[in-house]
Write a protein that binds this ligand. Sequence first.
Ligand SMILES: Nc1nc2c(ncn2[C@@H]2O[C@H](COP(=O)(O)OP(=O)(O)OP(=O)(O)O)[C@@H](O)[C@H]2O)c(=O)[nH]1
Length: 356
Amino acid sequence: MAPAGSGRPAGATPRSGPAEIIRVHYPRRVHIPVVVVAGFLGSGKTTLLNHLLRTAGGLRIGVVVNDFGKVNIDAMTVAAQVDSMVTLGNGCLCCAVDAADLDAMLDRIARPDGPVDVIVVEASGLAEPPAMVRLVLASENPHIRYGGLVEVVDAAEFPATRERHPQLDRHIKQADLVLLNKVDRAADGVLELVRDLAGGVPVVPTEYGRVDPGLLFDRVARVEPEVRQLTLDDLLPHEEHVHAGYSSVEFADPRPMNPLRFARFLAERPAGVYRMKGFAHFGVPGFEEPYLVQTVGKAVWLAAAPEAKRRNELVVIGSELDESALRRGLDESLEDAPESVDPLDMASITRFLPRV
Ligand SMILES: Nc1nc2c(ncn2[C@@H]2O[C@H](COP(=O)(O)OP(=O)(O)OP(=O)(O)O)[C@@H](O)[C@H]2O)c(=O)[nH]1
């Protein structure tokens, strides 16, 4: 893959093999994922952020640091490595900054020609995670999309924190992904307990926030998808040098999907799934073109992908995935007679398209 963010001109991406086809695969309308990282004081959010900044390759990460208090320690810690820094220094983002203020922050860094590929909002340790997510979802910036709520949980302090802050159980359930950090200092049984509390939300154990950035966001820079076909390999996280703790399942099938059954599969979000991405097609009269499909937690986005192949190619990423149940769910979503499907059923799919 070309170094992300290398600024290489369109069409100049070198790929091995003579049969390299350069194809437009993503919609031209670009959406920058905004990942919210929450967690109690000291759980390891800044450590995670620094790890992401160090290991994201050429991806340009914009950071919104939401510190509580006047002294901006987190911002100073990460500042040296950040491409574009916007700090919310006036207190807890969820209670002191309204959506318009966050929008103003995002506007400074989230532009199609802007300086970043991904935005991470590090929430103050005191922030209520769903309030942070609502701020991102309420943003009127047309260039962003919600990239998931990652809750960092301190495994070493888990029993004590839970006693002091019973809302921790709720935070774990509300997250799209739980990073159970400090497993090097965790008592026996904490991982099992957190997985139990999470009720299907993927839980990935980490030390010093060392997680593959590919779990949190695509390793492909925004400039790239416009110049070449996205491969399954691009979509898969790479696990070298990081504590794995998660897995991915690839599904490829040329047969079309049934819109109702596939929509149900997306909505049901099988246990342990954090992200799904790839392409799906339905072959229903009037809806022959494939779609780019992306999910993060409970959120689903679709985009028309007219130049993609008419086949399903999906990557499912998560923790403790039940591969055979996933494959069964996807197999059961396939449709042998797409021409006889009621085109109105496509509403279950097209409702995930961006509103224009
Ligand atoms: N043993 C151990 N220590 C860790 C781990 N991850 C982070 N720490 C340490 O925990 C302390 C707190 O980490 P931070 O990353 O600052 O935590 P934070 O969530 O950003 O804290 P606030 O900004 O106060 O909310 C630091 O001293 C880290 O070095 C880990 O996996 N294991």
